[in-house]
Design a binder for this molecule. Structure first.
Ligand code: PHE
Length: 460
């Protein structure tokens, strides 16, 4: 019988900290250091930050707990996890579609993620040799104007991602995150201190934390929500897949809280490292995807030992990207290998190849295809970003919340959640059943029907 089919096991994380590190490794990445500052910048700052934080607490955290519950309950890749838990709860197998959509979203995300991460790799070398002879914005312009250059680094990054995922859960992913994540944290703090001393810290603080709601539109809210899903790696099965390898005795609620807090902390630190420099050098906060590269390189160019600290910063940024990219690839690879369709290594190569081809479009969108618009005014990279982050992830997350809130057997949930303060449990359940799905649905609908008049109304 189908249900009894024996699926290959992937092994488990060793020790309590490995899940936390791997999940934090997945969550903390380009989304925090590259995406968050530039999206806050293009969306006017404080109001975006506040809405983003709200989305993390109200929508993100409850859904993260839900994903881990499903993953650990089944021990399988998201497709089979959704299918198995649905069957065990007496529901239709069609819930596995959530897993399929996740794998699709993961491929879309990884395709452009790898291009940006490739630029980070490239910057390791640029930061070594940069003398400040040409401005940091010109330098960025040179980097992105060459398709061959972008494709080279995109290819290299995809190869690295493939190798780690092929090596497996314990030896590949688990080992790497242990050393590098703490290093990244340390260097972020160093950069913030440097920025506080040398940059315009006051303007950065008021830009990031003094909300001005007068420019908030339904699009701002959708972007903030998409960014929250993206940053926490939710809605596409990464955290679910990692949850499958989590030891049974680990507490899901407190672990999720730790991961979400660390992720948010790094995003805020990135903002505090970048904006003081932006303002001190009169750079444009809303300049878009080049923000982190331009601002950090101009800081390193002025700084003593900049040619040493600069490369270290970009090495760690690349590592943060790598510990996220592997989690984007893992759900699909886990599925193909547990089904016995391909070996782990073959599966990693097959999916990566598809992703690599798709990524060419994003690399070209910086140069020869810059005038090509896929979805409305968006170029290829922005279209992938939009489709995945603002449509597929929130939709996937909403369905996961609805599934856990309304369809999954409560006894199974309680088994996974374990001993927990009843108030926290009911609070979580309330958020998963009502608040999270309703917020996502509302934000979608307000986009579709463009309910901007509501914001106009409130902001006078
Ligand atoms: N959370 C990662 C980041 O912020 C990106 C990511 C999204 C990883 C979805 C896995 C799944 O960079």
């Amino acid at each position: 019988m189908e249900i009894q089919k024996q699926l290959k096991s992937h092994g488990a994380w060793v020790g309590k900290w490995t899940f936390i590190l791997a999940a934090t490794g997945s969550a903390v990445g380009l989304g925090n250091i590259w995406g968050f500052p530039y999206k806050a910048g293009t969306n006017g700052g404080g109001a975006f930050v506040l809405i983003y934080l709200g989305c993390i607490v109200i929508i993100g955290l409850p859904i993260m707990i839900s994903e881990i519950i499903i993953g650990r309950r089944s021990g399988n890749s998201p497709i089979n996890a959704m299918r198995k838990v649905a069957i065990d709860s007496g529901q239709t197998q069609a819930w596995q579609l959530v897993g399929w959509s996740g794998i699709f979203a993961g491929a879309l995300i990884l395709s452009f993620y790898s291009v940006i991460a490739g630029i980070c790799l490239n910057y390791i070398f640029i930061a070594v040799s940069s003398s400040g002879a040409i401005s940091a914005s010109e330098e960025f312009g040179n980097v992105i104007s060459s398709p061959i250059n972008l494709l080279f680094w995109h290819t290299l990054f995809m190869v690295l991602t493939t190798l780690i995922v092929a090596a497996g859960v314990k030896d590949g992913i688990g080992r790497m995150v242990k050393i590098l994540m703490p290093m990244l944290g340390f260097l972020m703090i160093f950069m913030v201190i440097y920025s506080i001393i040398n940059g315009d810290f006051n303007r950065a603080m008021s830009f990031l934390f003094a909300p001005d709601f007068s420019n908030v539109t339904s699009d701002t809210v959708l972007q903030a929500m998409g960014q929250a899903f993206f940053s926490l790696s939710l809605g596409m099965g990464s955290i679910m897949a990692y949850g499958a390898y989590m030891p049974k005795n680990q507490d899901i609620t407190s672990t999720s809280f730790t991961v979400a807090s660390l992720d948010t902390l790094v995003a805020i630190l990135a903002g505090l490292a970048i904006f003081p420099i932006i303002f001190a050098f009169n750079l444009e906060p809303g300049s878009g995807p080049g923000l982190v590269f331009v601002s950090m390189l101009s800081a390193f160019n002025q700084m003593q030992f900049g040619q040493l600290i600069g490369p270290i910063f970009f090495i760690l940024l690349s590592v943060a990207a790598l510990s996220s990219s592997i989690s984007l690839l893992e759900p699909g690879v886990a599925y193909l290998s547990e089904e016995g369709i391909l070996s782990r290594g073959q599966a990693a190569i097959a999916i990566s190849f598809f992703v690599w081809v798709l990524g060419i479009g994003s690399a070209l969108s910086f140069n020869v295809w810059s005038d090509f618009h896929l979805i409305s005014e968006k170029n290829f990279l922005d279209s992938m970003d939009f489709l995945a982050n603002q449509i597929l992830l929130p939709l996937g997350g909403m369905l996961i919340a609805i599934f856990v809130g309304w369809f999954m057997k409560e006894s199974l949930i309680k088994d996974e959640i374990g001993a927990i303060n009843p108030v926290i449990y009911y609070l979580w359940r309330f958020f998963v059943r009502f608040i999270a799905p309703a917020c996502v649905a509302y934000i979608f609908l307000s986009q579709i029907f463009d309910l901007n008049w509501i914001f106009d109304f409130y902001s006078g």
